[in-house]
Ligand binder design. Structure first.
Ligand code: 5GP
Length: 194
């Protein structure tokens, strides 16, 4: 069931998806730094924090039992299994940010995109794509955050994500952060940045 009756007055909520290693984190961090009207949803996840990741900032890191409880309470807008963990979007902060007129941004996997489209019919979707497959592999390996098993799994999922490109409203190639950011800013209707 949709969670809102009418589209937000100024901004339509936007979902950014894209393969692990494509640079979503870097592009989104730059967007948030320059556009304070953008509100990024902080997801809950059952995966362990990577070095440098902070609870409540990058994710809310929760146990399986806590995640189960959120699902049972219908506290999540959407949730999905990705690789070996579960990820979900807390519902209440999203509806509050939309009501406050913020430009809501969600970063989701493919299953999450489909669920969010059902619940937020006005949502617009962006796929961040790498300049080439070889470049994606290079970025993910160089990031150095994954085990060999996790890396293999993430690359498998990446193939499916890139194959679904035609299901997105816009595909933006992350060849260069500034150029990619400018295209995302234009797509979200945020105006020129400084
Ligand atoms: P990572 O482990 O690299 O932080 O994230 C793995 C994947 O989970 C990424 O594709 C990311 O977009 C997705 N993801 C992060 N948060 C959520 C969420 O709340 N819901 C869903 N469906 N996917 C998420």
């Amino acid at each position: 069931m949709p969670v809102t009756d009418s589209p937000s007055a100024r901004y339509q909520p936007t979902i950014v998806a894209g393969p692990s290693g494509v640079g979503k984190g870097t592009v989104i961090a730059a967007l948030l730094a320059r556009h304070p009207q953008v509100w990024l949803s902080i997801s809950v996840t059952t995966r362990s924090p990577r070095p440098g990741e902070l609870d409540g900032q990058h994710y809310y890191f929760v146990t399986d039992a806590q995640f189960d409880q959120l699902v049972a309470e219908r506290g999540l807008l959407e949730w999905a299994n990705y690789s070996t963990a579960r990820y979900g979007t807390p519902l209440a902060p999203v509806t509050e940010a939309m009501a406050a007129g913020r430009a809501v941004l969600l970063e989701l996997d493919l299953a999450g995109v489909r669920q969010a489209q059902q619940r937020l019919p006005e949502v617009r979707t962006v796929l961040l794509a790498p300049p080439s497959w070889e470049e994606l592999e290079r970025r993910l390996v160089n990031r150095g955050t994954e085990t060999v098993t996790s890396l293999t799994r993430r690359l498998e999922i990446a193939r499916a994500e890139l194959a679904a490109a035609d299901q997105f409203d816009r595909v933006i190639v992350n060849d260069e952060v500034e150029r990619c950011l400018a295209e995302l800013v234009e797509f979200m209707g945020l105006g020129a940045y400084h």
